[in-house]
Design a protein around this ligand. Structure first.
Ligand code: 5GP
Ligand code: ZN
Length: 140
């Protein structure tokens, strides 16, 4: 908890558009796989990137189309941010990319798993976008 409070303070003092802020984050978040992907430290099949948002194909796709949209900044899950602008940008890119990858006509599923009950396995906020086949409901 203290660690993440310190991180929040650092993120205000050193925003991610600042080179030093990016380096500090990569150092502090060295155990987060999605931070490593966001900082280009481990490879991913990227689909889209801007200053704040990254989208890349899931390494273990559960549908013909399965990609993830993440904030570049480390946010553990959807409960742990009040940044409505960033949340809007993530959802907007998820929708745009789903359409660009061919899901406009038949649709897709947009999923955000959160913490233990939500089945979240990577503690860095991400939107799953799944498409290319009909998906069952309800979830398990
Ligand atoms: P969660 O279970 O947290 O909602 O989803 C995590 C997702 O991240 C899973 O679908 C998993 O396949 C994906 N994932 C985990 N590690 C990696 C990785 O190193 N690269 C990519 N591209 N996806 C990953
Ligand atoms: Zn992270």
């Amino acid at each position: 908890m203290i660690f993440h409070t310190i991180l929040s303070i650092i993120s205000i003092r050193f925003p991610l558009d600042d080179e030093f802020g990016v380096r500090l984050y990569s150092c502090l978040m060295e155990d987060c796989i999605f931070c490593k992907i966001a900082h280009g430290e481990i490879p991913a099949r990227n689909i889209y990137e801007d200053d704040e948002v990254l989208a890349f194909h899931d390494v273990s796709p559960q549908a013909p189309i399965h990609f993830l949209v993440i904030p570049k900044r480390h946010i553990r899950n959807i409960m742990e941010t009040d940044d409505s602008l960033l949340l809007g940008k993530l959802l907007y890119q998820a929708q745009k990319l789903a359409a660009a990858l061919g899901c406009a006509e038949n649709g897709a599923r947009f999923v955000i798993n959160c913490k233990f009950d939500g089945g979240q396995t990577v503690d860095h906020l991400h939107i799953h976008v799944l498409g290319g086949r009909p998906l069952a409901w309800p979830p398990g």
